[in-house]
Every structure is written in structure tokens, then in C-alpha cells.
Ligand binder design. Structure first.
Ligand SMILES: C[S@@+](CC[C@H](N)C(=O)[O-])C[C@H]1O[C@@H](n2cnc3c(N)ncnc32)[C@H](O)[C@@H]1O
Length: 287
């Protein structure tokens, strides 16, 4: 029977050979997952034996990874802004850059916004990761989490229940803000924003994520444009929208937003890599 140290070395080598980036980290994550131990205990458990059952479980996971199935789908979960959300291939894997949306929404809620009991829409909720975090940190908030697909909302519903925020998060199925029954103070949206013709060029792991979560139409902005149209009726006059997109899309959407909301203002927030990532739109119209 092999010990943990050699199993990790062996797994690392196999993953590296098939071109998996971060092969060492993934080897540690996969091995500790089948051993049901936290990654932090690896150092102290180097000589622990890996039994036959654990090795076969690892081999099964490795087979999936060789097919470039994303690690987060294999593990069935991902950490996002300090919470763990359960995932299936029906939902996008939440990305670190999207944590900026949560951070900024919380900042807006605490600093600038008039009402303590904010009404918020998380449009295109996916796993529910954004809505759940907002509910955890804004106990007075009322959050609508919208998506278009039942299979997506099933995952969000599971996560919302698991984090005990079902009293503050209402799931809604439908097209963008059309699914939200009342005007909101804050719209937070990480909608699909990848141009259709770029999708076949993305890394194989991303191509296994749902196309509905990625494809934003010919210039990536189909859904964001429609969201702005719907916001005229669904965003309160003092309301704010926080929209995630690619850096080159930001000036285009900022210009469009000011056409819809001529008394509004826009600003830009950067992601962890220093790239422009979030467009902030303040509507600011007199009631
Ligand atoms: C990029 S994913 C974001 C998921 C999640 N908010 C996150 O950041 O991890 C976009 C989500 O928008 C949903 N979506 C696509 N078209 C939609 C529409 N017309 N109305 C509402 N949601 C939509 C997709 O199903 C997907 O869950």
C-alpha cells in the first residue's frame, strides 16, 4: 500500500503529463478529498497509508479530470466570499472576480443607500452565491434571486436552504428583472458576457460550463442591454446597478446607461487582477 506522500507525487505527475495547470495544488485537493481530510493536515500525514478503496476512488476522479471536467464540478462545491456553495454542471462555477460584486454591494448598502431594508435583485443567480452572501451580511435585506432555468434554481434553492437564508432570499424564474415583482434599490448582476464566437476558443474546462451562463450574444452584451431596458421600470429612482463585465465592454455599457438614465452617473471598480470589472450605475432621478 502506498503512503500519502507518494500518492500525491504520483497524482501530481499524472496531472502534469496531461497538461492540467496548477497540477500540484489539484493533486493535493483531489487526494485529500478522497482521504476526507483537510488540506492543512497533509504535512503531518505524509506517511499515512492510502488503502485500495481510496486509491480507486482517486483513480475515478482523475479519469474525470483527464477529460478536463472542472475540479469544482468533480468536488461538487466551491468556496465563494467565505462560504461554500454546492455545484452541479447546471450552474456556473463562481469566480473570485465576482466576489467584488458582493464586496461592492455591501459597501453601497452600508455607506450610501437611503434605506436600511434594501430590496435587492441578484439577476442570473446561478448557484446563489451572490444572493446568499448578501443575505448573510444584510440581515434587513430582501433579496430576489432570478434565473431562467429550473435546474439552476434547484441548485440555488439547495444552497439558500443550506445557509439558512431562505427567509430573506426569494427565488424567481423568468427573464432578468421581468421576474422581480417590485422595484428594487440595488441590482447586482453577473450575466453572461462572453461574445458567442469566443466560446469555442475558451479553455476546455470553461467549455464544460453551461452555455446559458456564458454566451452573451455577438458582442457579449445582449443580456446586459435588455437588463438596462427593464431597469427603467424596475430600478427605484435612487437605485444602483452593479454589473460585472469585461474591461472593454465597460465604456460601451456606461454610455448606454447614461442614455437610459440621463441624470445618472457611472463609475468603475477593478478586480483583483487590477482590471476594470464592475460598472456602477447610479440612477439618481427625482421621484
Ligand atoms: C455568468 S452566470 C452567473 C452565475 C452566478 N451569479 C455567479 O456569479 O456565479 C449567469 C447566469 O445568468 C443566467 N441567465 C441567463 N439568461 C438569463 C435570463 N434571461 N434571465 C435570468 N437569468 C439568466 C444563467 O442561467 C446563469 O446562471
Amino acid at each position: 500500500m502506498a503512503v500519502l506522500r507518494t500518492v500525491i507525487q504520483d497524482t501530481h505527475k499524472k496531472l502534469k503529463e496531461v497538461g492540467i495547470p496548477d497540477a500540484r495544488l489539484e493533486a493535493e485537493v483531489l487526494v485529500t478529498s478522497v482521504m476526507r481530510m483537510p488540506r492543512q493536515s497533509l504535512f503531518g500525514e505524509q506517511e499515512t497509508e492510502v488503502n485500495g478503496q481510496q486509491q480507486s476512488a482517486l483513480d475515478e476522479l482523475l479519469e474525470r479530470r483527464y477529460q478536463r471536467e472542472p475540479l469544482a464540478y468533480i468536488l461538487g462545491q466551491r468556496e465563494f466570499y467565505g462560504i461554500t456553495v454546492v455545484l452541479t454542471p447546471a450552474v456556473l462555477i463562481p469566480r473570485p472576480e465576482t466576489e467584488g460584486l458582493v464586496e461592492h454591494a455591501l459597501f453601497m448598502a452600508m455607506m450610501g443607500m437611503e434605506s436600511r431594508d434594501l430590496i435587492i435583485a441578484d439577476v442570473g443567480t446561478g448557484s446563489g452565491a451572490i444572493a446568499i452572501n448578501l443575505a448573510i451580511h444584510l440581515p434587513g435585506g430582501k433579496i430576489f434571486a432570478v434565473d431562467v432555468e429550473d435546474a439552476v434554481l434547484d441548485v440555488a434553492a439547495y444552497n439558500i436552504r443550506a445557509h439558512g437564508v431562505g427567509d430573506r432570499v426569494t427565488l424567481a424564474i423568468g427573464d432578468l428583472l421581468d421576474a422581480v415583482p417590485e422595484p428594487v434599490d440595488l441590482v447586482v448582476a453577473n450575466l453572461p458576457y462572453i461574445p458567442t464566437d469566443r466560446i469555442p476558443t475558451l479553455q476546455p474546462e470553461i467549455q464544460q460550463e453551461p452555455v446559458l451562463a456564458l454566451d452573451g450574444g455577438s458582442d457579449g452584451l445582449d443580456l446586459i442591454r435588455r437588463l438596462l431596458v427593464q431597469a427603467k421600470d424596475k430600478l427605484k429612482y435612487h437605485g444602483i446597478m452593479l454589473l460585472e463585465m469585461d474591461p472593454e465592454q465597460i465604456p460601451v455599457v456606461a454610455k448606454l446607461a447614461l442614455e437610459y438614465f440621463p441624470k445618472g452617473t457611472t463609475s468603475v471598480e477593478k478586480d483583483l487582477a487590477g482590471m476594470d470589472r464592475i460598472l456602477v450605475i447610479q440612477r439618481q432621478e427625482a421621484e
